[in-house]
Design a protein around this ligand. Structure first.
Ligand SMILES: C[S@@+](CC[C@H](N)C(=O)[O-])C[C@H]1O[C@@H](n2cnc3c(N)ncnc32)[C@H](O)[C@@H]1O
Length: 277
């Protein structure tokens, strides 16, 4: 098993960046966001971790990360425990449509942790636009993307692995993701963005969807955290519902670049960062 000692782990971690492309990834604005975060918190919680761009920018000493996408979380665990084993499986996978279709229909639950992670990264790098889309029974159904790019950067996987060594990794709903938080801690919440029209179908990161009732549930959790004196920051889109749900808190506007169509064209979009401090 590949383990890194504590000192080299902290040096390596400085170079870590997301190892997958993820819809809603905050890579472009991560350094702006972390400037709003408190400097004196104990444990950093990020219960909608996704591609982890904010976590990897902040590099907290103590952290709890979580996501409802079990396959994604298993990929983090595999990289933490033995990134080289994941890399060597990736090296054996060919970037062809035939191979892609073969890998795509293997249920990840049948695989061991390391092969599961390799398939996750492979499908993300070779599937159309790095989308994660599954049908109701959890079957991955993104078409082949025909991209000529490498699946991973070994230095980066090693750095991500180092970053994860002392992190508690959870899977499940965000409420489980923040259980145990105290007022010395801080939580950054980056849920699937609210879109007009009910739920964010495009942001279907798991077989479960994030509905308006989940946005309201999240807002009421934020109220409860606030009442306990726990600091939080939350990203979301600039819609009337979100401004209404968080109207009593501090609302900051952040400029972000978003892809707006299938040709990867992008434009500047204003989104919100809401804080209770
Ligand atoms: C906007 S993305 C986070 C992006 C991340 N900040 C990044 O930079 O890549 C939202 C994440 O929330 C996860 N998710 C959706 N519903 C959830 C829930 N109820 N509880 C926890 N995570 C959930 C999705 O799987 C997705 O990874």
């Amino acid at each position: 098993m590949h383990r890194v000692n504590h000192r080299s782990a902290s040096l390596l971690a400085l170079r870590a960046k997301p190892f997958i492309k993820w819809v809603g990834g905050k890579q472009a604005i991560a350094t702006t966001l972390v400037r709003y975060f408190p400097l004196d918190s104990q444990t950093y919680y990020e219960p909608f971790i996704g591609g982890g761009s904010v976590f990897l920018t902040l590099l907290p000493n103590e952290a709890v990360i979580c996501d409802q996408n079990i396959w994604l979380i298993d990929t983090y665990l595999a990289i933490r425990d033995d990134w080289e084993r994941v890399a060597s499986i990736l090296d054996s996978l060919k970037n062809t449509k035939e191979e892609y279709l073969k890998i795509r229909c293997i249920p990840h639950v049948q695989l061991d942790l390391f092969r599961k992670a390799a398939h996750f990264i492979y499908l993300n790098k070779t599937g159309f636009r790095g989308l994660f889309r599954v049908n109701k029974s959890g079957g991955f159904n993104v078409p082949y993307g025909e991209y000529d790019r490498r699946y991973y950067d070994p230095e980066n996987l090693e750095a991500v692995s180092a970053t994860l060594q002392n992190v508690e990794v959870r899977t499940g709903d965000f409420e489980q993701g923040i259980s145990g938080i105290t007022k010395e801690d801080f939580v950054y919440l980056d849920p699937p963005y609210h879109k007009l029209g009910g739920y964010s179908d495009f942001n279907r990161y798991t077989e479960l969807k994030f509905y308006e009732k989940d946005q309201s549930r999240l807002a009421s959790i934020c109220q409860k955290l606030d009442a306990k004196g726990i600091r939080w920051a939350l990203s979301n889109s600039d819609t009337a519902l979100i401004r209404d749900l968080y109207g009593t808190f501090n609302i900051h506007t952040i400029e972000n670049r978003r892809e707006i169509n299938l040709n990867s064209q992008s434009r500047n979009i204003t989104e919100l960062l809401i804080t209770n401090y």
